[in-house]
Design a protein around this ligand. Structure first.
Ligand SMILES: Cc1cc2nc3c(=O)[nH]c(=O)nc-3n(C[C@H](O)[C@H](O)[C@H](O)COP(=O)(O)O)c2cc1C
Length: 225
């Protein structure tokens, strides 16, 4: 049976009638006309980089960023992006401000059972407040950089800043880092292989939704044995 598309009385949105055309199209500058912005929900799931940093004044900071990913193998590199400001930081947030000061950061991977702690660290605290303390999260010292990390995370990537790219938009910055040290919890591995069933990595969906990785399968590329 063919789906019937309800008319969308929104400015700038095309609706079409045939099966191939049962697709909403909009130009972001014209608005989506939906109850909530679908953009994040389209690019989902996104891994969560739980970013720990330390300011030059010694204040530690921890915050989740889901505009996050690995971007190269050799040398290993990651990126995340920060997209708005807080009043006591001018043009950005605490994480980017501290990375500008020190040139280092650590990416902590979030286990499903760390979801509430992770969420607590998304609060916009004053710049001299430490989310590790406020959210009661145990910290350890990184090995290759002067920076805290989340002790109980299944894995953590110590990073040296390579570049900060100013993106279009008022406060959008992409932060790139080269990984200089890697921690993997023994409990996150089975026979020397990272085993997501041991820690169920948390991922960000759209809106207020999350997912925990529980369903893993294997595919070989063409030609692989
Ligand atoms: C799961 C999750 C993902 C988030 N991802 C981002 C992101 O990618 N970019 C961003 O600017 N803020 C993101 N936020 C909001 C920041 O965590 C929040 O603004 C936080 O207060 C920033 O902390 P900071 O000022 O200590 O860096 C996210 C929040 C949550 C809960």
């Amino acid at each position: 049976m063919r789906a019937i598309r309800r008319a969308r009385p929104y400015h700038g949105i095309c609706t079409h009638a045939t099966t191939a055309e049962l697709t909403m199209f909009y130009r972001p500058e014209n608005g989506h006309g939906l109850p909530h912005n679908p953009f994040n929900a389209i690019v989902a799931p996104r891994p969560i980089g739980w970013i720990s940093t330390r300011g030059t004044d010694g204040t530690d900071n921890l915050a989740p960023y889901s505009f996050f990913n690995a971007v190269a193998y050799e040398p290993p590199q990651v990126m995340f992006s920060s997209t708005s400001t807080k009043p006591d930081r001018g043009d950005t947030k605490d994480s980017v401000a501290q990375i500008r000061e020190t040139g280092v950061f650590c990416v902590n991977i979030v286990r499903f059972d760390q979801r509430d702690q992770m969420n607590a660290t998304a609060a916009a605290l004053d710049k001299d407040q430490d989310e590790f303390t406020v959210a009661d999260i145990e910290k350890a010292e990184c090995e290759s950089i002067s920076c805290p990390r989340v002790t109980a995370s299944p894995a953590a990537l110590e990073c040296k800043l390579t570049q900060i790219v100013k993106l279009p938009g008022a406060a959008n910055f992409a932060i790139f880092g080269e990984v200089t040290g890697i921690h993997i919890d023994d409990m996150a591995m089975t026979d020397g292989v990272l085993d997501p069933s041991k820690y169920h990595p948390l991922a960000r969906m759209g809106y207020k939704d999350y997912s925990a990785i529980r369903d893993v399968f294997t595919l070989k590329r063409p030609g692989e044995v």
